[in-house]
Write a protein that binds this ligand. Sequence first.
Ligand code: SAH
Length: 261
Amino acid sequence: MPSHTETKKGGLAIVGLGPGRREYMTPRALKVIALADYVIGNALYLDPLEPLLTGKTVIRSSMGKEVERAQQAIDLACSHAVAIVSGGDAGVYGMAGIVLEVLEHSGADIEVEVIPGVTAANAAASRVGSPLSGDFAVISLSDLLTPLEVIEQRLDAMFSIGIPVVLYNPKSRGRPHNFSLAIEHARKYLGPETPVAIVRNALRDDEEVIITTLAGVENVENAVDMHTTVIIGGKESRIWRMGEDVKGIITPRGYHHKYVY
Ligand code: SAH
């Protein structure tokens, strides 16, 4: 798809910024931001981009105003190069879905490009070895847009088939109990030794990583907040050790059934 931003006509780029540090952004994301007239997003994501924003009009918006932000981005994109940014991947609990829905509804004829980013599941997994080597599921514990009973059904379904489950939005002030609820569901199907990784601010300067088990997770529950991604291993997952040191989690893909190593 030819990009609006290269021809300097109007158009909209929906950009995933990755988990935090600049070096984890894609060259494509950097390029469309460099070419944009307007950059729109949450202050949390825009502030670290500051050196890239000189000479651009920056629109900082707050959480909960996503529909207005999408509409504004579309209006501006009719005549300007606009980049609307989300942390991680813009299509994973980010702005891409709502922007495309509003665009479809508005009937505006503008060029649009979705630019992928490293999502929190991949960022967190990379800090604890290889916990997501095969099939896995991603579930958000935020019940702002999805009813809690639906979230619980999804947790049950995924834990019951024994694949690793990555929890986004595990806890916030508004819903402190959803995380313990998710752990209760996991315990119905998985043993106490099942490894659990708690990764806070993955690939950001104040990163924290904890490796524990389903049995021990209560002791470190305070480390879980809205900047955290939690990986609950599946039936095959195990703690990865080097000597005495716990390094992370491995979920074998099954090579050991076929090869000797
Ligand atoms: N679009 C984002 C997800 C937004 S939902 C992405 O693709 O990553 C917000 C949730 O993402 C947070 O509550 C947290 O669970 C997770 N998250 C985002 N960035 C993170 C990071 N650097 N470290 C750990 N978790 C992160």
